[in-house]
Ligand binder design. Structure first.
Ligand code: ZN
Length: 91
């Protein structure tokens, strides 16, 4: 696997490492949790809205379809994503 360059300190970090060896930034791979949360919220609202406008079974099907499709979409979309999260401690 190729190395990644930390955007904070320009240190080369091997793929798979959890922290930057240069500045201790946390390294996150793949889909951010906020994306999953957004999918879940969208599925809940759309499922509830469609359920209220037609019937609850259709609402539940909509909820599951959006949830599963959204999660798979996130995995595809963020498959090659690497994010360096540097936490600035203010103590
Ligand atoms: Zn760094």
């Amino acid at each position: 696997m190729e190395n990644h360059v930390c955007p904070h300190c320009r240190t080369e970090v091997p793929h798979g490492a959890n922290v930057c060896t240069g500045c201790q930034a946390e390294i996150e791979y793949g889909t951010p949790n906020s994306a999953f949360l957004a999918v879940f919220i969208a599925a809940t609202f759309l499922g509830a809205w469609i359920g209220a406008n037609s019937n609850s079974v259709v609402g539940w099907i909509t909820f599951v379809v959006i949830l599963v499709g959204g999660v798979f979409g996130c995995y595809k979309l963020f498959a090659n994503r690497v994010n360096f999260k540097r936490i600035y401690k203010t103590r």
